[in-house]
Design a protein around this ligand. Structure first.
Ligand code: 5GP
Ligand code: ZN
Length: 120
């Protein structure tokens, strides 16, 4: 479900510029910020400006699906710009079992080291 800004959501506040973050990219739909607790030399979060609780909420409309795809495209663009020519990882955690801790959809872009599989 697409929604308006959720007043108690940290990523809504970051997207609105109310809480500072290191912004690496911004367009009318999305913002990319450096993760506050990086798990790789490059750890970026790509966040929709609209409040969507998680990927599990995406699918009711083409608009939502296009937005989710846009987030992946932005992650790929940033990876290219950051020179991650040997590869990188994109992760979306969904819900408690998926390890999601912030209930606003975000795409993790991790790079700059060799990743392990499977993730923990
Ligand atoms: P999740 O576990 O929900 O997939 O990922 C949430 C991510 O958001 C974590 O990697 C965490 O370090 C990051 N994070 C949480 N709060 C903030 C914040 O206030 N600023 C930034 N830049 N990252 C945050
Ligand atoms: Zn939000």
């Amino acid at each position: 479900m697409l929604g308006n800004m959720s007043s108690d959501c940290i990523f809504c506040k970051i997207a609105a510029g109310e809480i500072p973050a290191k912004k690496l990219y911004e367009d009318d739909q999305a913002v990319a910020i450096a993760d506050i607790d990086p798990r790789a030399p490059l750890h970026v979060l790509v966040i929709p400006k609209q409040h969507i609780a998680s990927l599990a909420e995406v699918g009711a409309s083409d608009k939502e699906k296009l937005l989710a795809g846009h987030l992946l495209g932005v992650a790929n663009q940033l990876a290219r710009e950051q020179g991650l020519s040997k590869g990188y990882r994109v992760v979306i955690n969904i819900g408690p079992d998926g390890g999601q801790t912030v209930d606003h959809l975000h795409v993790h872009l991790l790079g700059g080291r060799t990743m392990h599989w499977p993730p923990g």
